[in-house]
Design a protein around this ligand. Structure first.
Ligand code: NAI
Length: 329
């Protein structure tokens, strides 16, 4: 099939070219949105990532250009209007689990860095500053960690934190039986907020979870709690979090995702004037750590993403789409 591949980076080309023996892939660096949709003329399908915008308008335009499949090379699909795709008869496939461990481990990296301040220690030592002043952390052992969303990533994360000797609390609208069997306690969300020293978000962005973390939920948290978000930026009301950081209620914030990341993440703006004042304010806090949506970014995950996406395209062509990877058929 002829596939227009959007938001492509060098690493996408390396991994997809390594495993592609069959499909014709044309790599575009542009994101897919209303402005770039003309690039899909003459293709059978599109391959997209987390910040491509597949709203009803774009999907109608894709249908008009005879696009038959939207292949997401990621797990989250909050950026695709599935109803519109269904209506237009466009199949939507994704990579449901490329490496839950990659994201879970990145969440742990954020926790460890924020806690033990290794990013600051690294710079200090390189400058010949061997002082320990203001590098004090806390033992994770014995602390309470709240996991919101206990799917594949939340499960992997819960087990890692259990291994640290933490008390793990969990909340999910569909509690995970593997975690229940492992003795992890499921509680109501408010209780999780009230008891946790560290809260890590692993649920998808949906109308129900949009701004799950807001001024009210922040008020319910322990003073000095640590909040980690490797899921989707929209789970957090950024303004409310900034206020909670300013008034000292929230102790630490580690995010791999940001509500307005589409305009910035995955690109180099190091010589530009960044216009996003909220992001710049977040960056100014000493107890905030931001990474640019790299939770998934491991060899294993990139391999899995390429292999499953290419398989999804072949399965579609052979009319053998798998239930586990198909969102709309
Ligand atoms: P999953 O589908 O296996 O698990 C999601 C869990 O969230 C499910 O157990 C579901 O019942 C639960 N959930 C749904 N609505 C909820 C609600 N209102 N409250 C509490 N729990 C709710 O998904 P997986 O693979 O664990 O991924 C989770 C999220 O991680 C994805 O939706 C995606 O947004 C994000 N992600 C981030 C990556 C990164 O690079 N930072 C990479 C991959 C995924």
């Amino acid at each position: 099939m002829k596939i227009a591949f959007f938001s492509s980076k060098i690493y996408d080309k390396i991994y997809f070219n390594r495993y592609n023996t069959y499909h014709e892939l044309k790599y575009f660096e542009n994101p897919l949105n209303a402005e770039s949709v003309d690039l899909t003329n003459g293709y059978d399908g599109v391959c997209v990532f987390v910040n491509d915008q597949l709203n009803a308008e774009v999907i109608t335009q894709l249908a008009a250009r005879n696009i038959k499949i939207i292949a997401l090379r990621c797990a989250g699909f909050n950026n695709v209007d599935l109803q519109a795709a269904q209506k237009q008869g466009i199949a939507v496939v994704r990579v449901p689990a490329y490496s839950p461990h990659a994201v879970a481990e990145h969440a742990v990296a954020l926790i460890m860095t924020l806690n033990r301040k290794t990013h600051k220690a690294y710079n200090r030592v390189r400058e010949g500053n061997f002082s320990l002043e203001r590098l004090t952390g806390f033992d994770l052992y014995g602390k309470t960690v709240g996991v919101v969303g206990t799917g594949k990533i939340g499960e992997a994360f819960a087990f890692i934190m259990k291994g640290f000797g933490c008390k793990v609390l969990a909340y999910d609208i569909h509690p995970n039986p593997v975690l229940i069997n492992a003795g992890i306690q499921f509680v109501e969300l408010d209780e999780l907020f009230a008891q946790s020293d560290v809260i890590s978000l692993h649920c998808p962005l949906t109308p129900q979870t949009n701004r799950l973390i807001n001024s009210e939920s922040l008020e319910k948290m322990k003073p000095n709690a640590m909040l980690i978000n490797t899921s989707r930026g929209g789970l957090i009301d950024t303004k409310a979090v900034i206020n909670a950081l300013k008034n000292g209620k929230l102790g630490y914030l580690g995010i791999d995702v940001y509500e307005q990341e589409a305009d910035l993440f995955f690109n180099d703006f190091s010589e530009s004037i960044i216009q996003d004042d909220m992001l710049m304010r977040l960056m100014s806090f000493p107890n905030v750590l931001i990474t640019a949506h790299q939770g998934f970014f491991t060899e294993e995950a990139l391999t899995q993403i390429a292999q499953v996406t290419l398989q999804n395209l072949s399965d579609f062509e052979n009319n053998q789409l798998s239930k586990t990877t198909t969102l709309v058929h």
